[in-house]
Design a protein around this ligand. Structure first.
Ligand code: FES
Length: 566
């Protein structure tokens, strides 16, 4: 069986190395831009801070980490370019690749003139010298630096976003990170431009012209042969050029080497695509413009690209450890494979298991929401326990009025506690806490607070209802914490963000437990433990819930108990 070529490194190791080196480079560029921004306070102050950053990044370990990361990142990019069977990429990835490849060209001159002379003890650049260098001459160097800041920063932000967006904490921090992503390069560029203009004005006031020779001292002081900066620069371009050239040659050699160059991928819903052997099924979908979910962008982590192998003319290479782990996690059937990781060598027929919704945007954040993500949340169910009796003895108009009053009490309590009403089901309400940004412990406290308010407000409502309708609403609330799949579910205008999974089922069953034990609230043990609230004196039971193999400890709160957590 012909195995797909995975040169040098397994995919998982390459992925982790890419993230680690990317984070180090991003940390450097962030401190660098922060330093530039400080020129807005004063150039001398920025120079003082620069000395601190130089201690961090120019000691032997910092230097090794920084330049080692750059080299590793570049080599990994070459590896990816070699492995890709085609270059039809989503726009975000295309920008990422093009910007990444242009970085060496944009920054080589700046890095060499700032670093090499200092390395030989000749001249250590300062903000004064660098800004003057950018501001003088024909302006090309300055323009190149502005472009470099934008390109490097956008490349880094896209990479970091792709690596972090599935982390639990990411949605919570996203607005702040976005603000920082705009602010930092803007302040850095404004700082350099404002100071360059001031230097020029000051020179004009002295009747002088700001010259490149004053600014780019490093280049002009490099008189020794080994400090011929232009030659070093040319060699660096040559190194990067040769790297890219090597990839082009290897790709061409691979195409020629193949004696059975194409295979046919047939989709169970119709399309047929011919692609070079070794192309992944997801890449084939992109080549053939077949709508195909791929929330993680083909990294083997989200499982949304999974397909069922309906038929294959020959054996498929077994799943890699990473693919195997993801398939195990979703308890995939034996004939299921991740299309981004599967590179057939023979004709295959596949069935997409997750079909994108009609009109779905395959690469936007909206798709991530639609596809769903696993998240630990709190689910609260609230129900009127004597609703059947009440509805039997009242006019339907009264029931509608009564229900709406009760729903407004529950809805307000949930929203005030920063939760989200998920749906109204008959006389029941399902609410979620911790969907986007909240820590689990805070989400648990919010749910307890909402329950306390619901209990207290329903008591007030009952005084009114007793006078008007002679009814006494008795409610039962179930609360549970655990993992659930959160995503957009529904169709068209009735699609909404909701949660599904065992946690939701348990929450609903706890509401029944509250009814069974005639208490206001039944909260699972994780809720009471995580909320970090006192729960001494509360009664608790070990309860068997339908559909669960083991029993669960449940805290049973009377109305007065529940109101303690308001
Ligand atoms: S695209 Fe995410 S696992 Fe394949």
């Amino acid at each position: 069986m012909l195995q797909p070529a995975r040169p040098f490194l397994p995919d998982k190791a390459a992925h982790q190395l890419g993230i680690a080196s990317g984070i180090i480079l991003f940390a450097f560029i962030s401190t660098h831009l922060l330093n530039h921004s400080l020129t807005l306070i004063s150039v001398d102050f920025a120079d003082d801070v620069l000395k601190i950053f130089k201690i961090i990044w120019r000691n032997p370990l910092g230097t090794l980490l920084l330049y080692g990361s750059f080299l590793v990142h570049f080599l990994l990019a070459l590896r990816t370019l070699y492995l890709r069977r085609h270059m039809r990429l989503p726009p975000r990835m295309m920008i990422q690749v093009l910007f990444g490849l242009s970085i060496p060209v944009l920054i080589a001159q700046h890095v060499i003139s700032a670093r090499v002379p200092a390395l030989y003890g000749q001249f250590d650049s300062t903000y004064w010298s660098v800004i003057r260098g950018m501001w003088t001459g024909n302006g090309l160097f300055g323009l190149k630096m502005v472009l470099a800041v934008i390109v490097v920063w956008v490349h880094g932000c896209i990479g970091l976003h792709a690596a972090m967006r599935f982390r639990d904490w990411f949605p919570r921090w996203a607005p702040w990170l976005f603000a920082l992503a705009i602010l930092l390069p803007t302040l850095a560029l404004v700082g350099v431009l404002v100071n360059g203009r001031q230097m020029e004005t000051a020179a004009e006031a002295r009747g002088q012209v700001l010259t490149a020779a004053d600014g780019n001292v490093a280049r002009h002081q490099a008189s020794r042969p080994q400090l011929d900066l232009a030659t070093i620069e040319r060699r660096i371009y040559l190194f990067f050029g040769l790297g890219l050239g090597l990839v082009v040659v290897l790709r061409a050699a691979r195409s020629i080497r193949r004696n059975a160059p194409e295979i046919r991928i047939t989709y169970a819903h119709g399309p047929q695509i011919r692609v070079p052997r070794g192309t992944s099924i997801l890449e084939a979908s992109r080549i053939g413009r077949v709508d195909h979910y791929s929330v993680c962008g083909g990294k083997g982590r989200c499982s949304t690209c999974r397909v069922r192998i309906v038929d294959s003319d020959g054996p498929l290479a077994p799943p890699s450890a990473m693919e195997q782990a993801t398939l195990l996690r979703i308890r995939a059937a034996p004939d299921t494979r991740l299309s981004c990781q599967t590179r057939p060598d023979y004709d295959v027929t596949v069935a997409l298991l997750l079909e994108p919704p009609v009109g779905g945007d395959l690469y936007s954040g909206r798709q991530v929401k639609q596809a769903g993500r696993e998240k630990e949340i709190v689910v609260l169910f609230c129900d009127i326990r004597n609703f059947t009796t009440i509805s039997e003895s009242r006019l339907p108009y009264d029931i509608v009025f009564l229900l709406n009053r009760y729903f407004s009490v529950v809805g307000r309590a949930v929203e005030e506690a920063k939760g989200q009403v998920d749906k109204f089901i008959g006389d029941g309400v399902m609410a979620l806490f911790g969907i986007d940004t909240t820590e689990p412990s805070e989400a648990c406290r919010q749910a307890l607070r909402a329950a306390a308010t619901i209990v207290a407000e329903t008591e007030k409502l009952n005084q009114e209802m007793m006078q008007e309708f002679g009814v006494d609403l008795r409610i039962a609330i179930g609360i549970h914490f655990g993992p659930a799949i959160v995503g957009m579910i529904g169709y068209g205008k009735v699609a909404g963000l909701t949660a599904i999974g065992d946690t939701v089922n348990v929450g609903s069953r706890l509401e029944a437990v509250a009814k069974q034990f005639n208490v206001a609230v039944a909260a699972s043990e994780p809720i009471m433990l995580l909320a970090h609230v006192p729960y001494d004196g509360l009664s608790s039971r070990s309860v068997s819930l339908k559909g669960r193999k083991t029993s669960m400890r449940v805290y049973l709160l009377s109305a007065d108990d529940a109101k303690r957590y308001a």
